[in-house]
Design a protein around this ligand. Structure first.
Ligand code: ADP
Length: 682
């Protein structure tokens, strides 16, 4: 037997290894299996070039758990090691790489996802003793057993092994006994080894027999050794891609398209990305891409490696060139990662562009499910936005699709306002805003449907990108004013009467809403009362709701609406006529009084302006103040007369309620009162 001391600088590095990457103890299994797979692959390569002339035989890697002996064993039939190789690879190389690793990352253990580099020595994270029984593939080699109990001392002795290959036996320590449960190991194998290129076998397949689960004769193979991304695209059918998607996400909807990536230079990258159907709720769709390094699973968190919007895609990326043993923040500045990320962005844009060009029909059919992804990309990635502007579609309320350029041409004629701004009319709710959409269409306008989760942001984005355009929601103003073309309609009602109507229709907000009453001379066939909502205020509120930073202020404001009274409508004219018939004398008196006060105030003001400040006496100042107060009282009393009159008019209430009703804003008690009043009026 040979004994020795591993060339240590630290007195005992094992306690450090044990503590290190505490939460990631489970990766020991991946490290050991990766080594076993490497050893097997090396042998396969040698056999294929004729350097190994023996039988390959069964070359599966086997994992076994022995609960009684408290061991986990990873066995391969790979190249194995000679005594001299054990000394070189385990005592010197493996140890020094573990040591280097610790040196390098001591201070940032928590920020490391770091998985690679610790290698063989990660076995000590879960064991108090590790044995390696190995026999080299080289003819005439003797088997040897290396053993180390976690101190820097190791032993090497002769032993027996049935054939070439290596068994790594972990004597699992007390703290790590969870790893002695077969279910736990199987779960880890499924996570890390699902697509390794050599069969990984863990026990036997089980079946249900006589009321319990029993082993069958068949090996339980964990992995698919030839996952679709490692196969040439020309050898795969659409069905293969779909099947592979199922393998990755057994519970998902079928994807829309896929992209097969295959780059050799200047970095290595393979993978298949899928476009899932995304209707809404971006957040839950994120981070489904799995990242592999030579078919070994590394992580399913690609944030920092691909641009944010691409995290909505599903699938796998496999690259040995992504440095995974560094922190996320460092990753973003890594030049390979940057190149990979812009390569993927470009591929994604190209693929979409191809489908759009070659099969627009299919593209349109899938647009509704694709739109959120594309919009997300356009809003967040300048480069993608430039490309996407060629194929991004706008859908109108008649379910027709247009590219940005096509749409511009469509509305240029009819929807340019007096300032040469192109007005894009849109609705966010086809049923809720039906009336407004209908009126706009009757005027010959086209109305877009923008009801997606990111549409508010998209609108801002496009307004910033395309010159001289503005988006206006159909219910943000009366149809005549949606697109201001400087046309004037004659008002039949004098201004003073319009002013009075404002108070007659003045309604008090009941819930968290604000109403500003305006009287306007609209078409006589237009509704008597209409409700509109300022584009600006509504958008600010919506932006703050979808989480535009620093806009909480708008989110807390009440909804504000304009209540527009149509002074040309027959019913409104009737109300106005009735007002002067009933309250004419009172209002006339109020008017006379007001005129008198206004004249007096005007006279006094002129007097005082002529004098210098210090020449105006206190009495004069007080008199003017008194008159102003009287005028204010007179105005209040006029408003009172008008409001009391308005409140007594069933038709006024009815007209306002109808406007609220057509916006789905009449609820509860008020709705009930409206129904009763309507029955009464019948
Ligand atoms: P790495 O795998 O990154 O080189 P490790 O610490 O995991 O580092 O392993 C050190 C070396 O030990 C390997 O490079 C390999 O030569 C040898 N080795 C480890 N496991 C095996 C095995 N199962 N079969 C043959 N050689 C092995």
């Amino acid at each position: 037997m040979q004994t020795g001391k591993i060339g240590v600088t630290t007195e005992n590095i094992f306690p450090i290894i044990k503590k290190f990457l505490y939460s990631d103890h489970e990766i020991f299994l991946r490290e050991l299996i990766s080594n076993a797979v490497d050893a097997t692959q090396k042998l396969k390569t040698m056999a294929s070039v004729g350097d190994y002339k023996g039988e390959l035989g069964d070359i599966a890697v086997r994992v076994a758990v022995d609960g009684k002996k408290k061991t986990i064993t990873v066995s391969d039939c790979g190249i194995g090691m000679t005594r001299e190789e054990i000394d070189r690879y385990l005592n010197q190389i493996a140890f020094s790489s573990a040591n280097d690793f610790l040196d390098k990352y001591k201070d940032q253990s928590s920020s490391i996802i770091g998985h690679f580099g610790l290698g063989f020595y990660s076995a000590f994270m879960v064991s108090d003793k590790v044995e390696v029984i190995t026999k080299s593939y080289i003819d005439g080699s003797e088997a040897a057993k290396w053993s180390c109990d976690g101190s820097p001392e190791f032993t090497i002795e002769d032993c027996e092994r049935h054939g070439r290959g290596t068994d790594v036996v972990l004597h699992v320590d007390e703290e790590s006994k969870e790893f002695l449960e077969a279910d736990k190991i199987e779960k880890l194998l499924k996570k890390y080894c699902k697509f390794l290129p050599v069969d990984i076998i863990f026990g036997k397949e089980k079946e249900w027999k006589d009321g319990k689960m029993v082993d069958t004769e068949k090996d339980n193979v964990i992995n698919n050794t030839k996952p679709a991304w490692t196969v040439k695209p020309s050898e795969l059918t659409e069905d293969d891609y779909r099947k592979f998607y199922r393998e990755l996400y057994p519970a998902g909807d079928d994807p829309l398209f896929n992209i097969h990536l295959n780059v050799d230079y200047p970095f290595k990258l393979t993978g298949i990305l899928y476009f899932p159907k995304i209707k809404n709720n971006i957040e839950i769709q994120k981070n489904k891409i799995q990242l592999y390094s030579n078919q070994v699973f590394v992580t399913d968190s690609v944030e920092g490696i691909v641009p944010e919007f691409l995290t909505l895609l599903h699938g796998v990326l496999d690259s040995p060139d992504i440095p995974l043993n560094v922190s996320r923040s460092y990753l973003q500045s890594d030049s390979n990662v940057k190149k990979i990320s812009s390569h993927i962005t470009k591929k994604v844009a190209d693929r979409l562009s191809d489908i759009f060009k070659n099969n627009r029909e299919e593209f349109e059919r899938k647009w509704d499910n694709l739109k959120l992804f594309i919009e997300y990309g356009m809003i967040t990635e300048e480069k993608f936005s430039d490309k996407a502007s060629m194929f991004a579609l706008l859908k109108n309320t008649d379910d027709r699709y247009f590219t940005l350029d096509e749409y511009k041409d469509l509305i240029k004629e009819n929807q340019t306002d007096k300032n040469k701004t192109l007005i894009y009319l849109y609705a966010t709710d086809k049923t809720g805003q039906f009336g407004y959409i209908d009126k706009a269409k009757a005027k010959g306008y086209d109305v877009l449907l923008l009801d997606g989760q990111l549409d508010v942001h998209l609108i801002n984005h496009l307004e910033g990108k395309i010159k001289d355009i503005r988006f206006v929601r159909v219910d943000s103003d009366v149809v005549d004013k949606l697109i201001d073309r400087a046309e004037k309609r004659e008002s039949k009602m004098p201004e003073e009467k319009c002013e009075d109507l404002k108070s007659v229709f003045g309604i008090k907000s009941k819930s968290n809403e604000m109403f500003t009453v305006m009287v306007e001379n609209l078409d006589e066939n237009e509704a008597p009362v209409l409700l509109t909502q300022s584009e600006f205020m509504r958008r600010m509120k919506e932006m703050s709701q979808v989480g535009g930073g620093g806009m909480n202020f708008y989110g807390e404001l009440p909804d504000s609406y304009n209540l527009i009274v149509n002074s040309n409508h027959k019913l409104v004219v009737q109300i106005s006529d009735r007002l002067y018939a009933e309250k004419g004398t009172e209002l006339e008196q109020n008017n006379t009084e007001r005129n008198r006060l206004e004249d007096e105030i005007e006279f006094m003001e002129k007097e005082q302006i002529r004098k210098k400040e210090e020449e105006v006496s206190q009495t004069e100042k007080d008199d003017l103040e008194k008159l102003r107060k009287e005028l204010a009282d007179i105005e209040t009393s006029r408003r009172n007369i008008l409001e009391v009159f308005g409140a007594g008019q069933q038709t006024v209430k009815q007209m306002i309620d109808l406007a609220l009703l057509s916006n789905n804003m009449l609820r509860g008690e008020e709705l009930d009162a409206f129904v009763k009043r309507s029955v009464g009026l019948l």
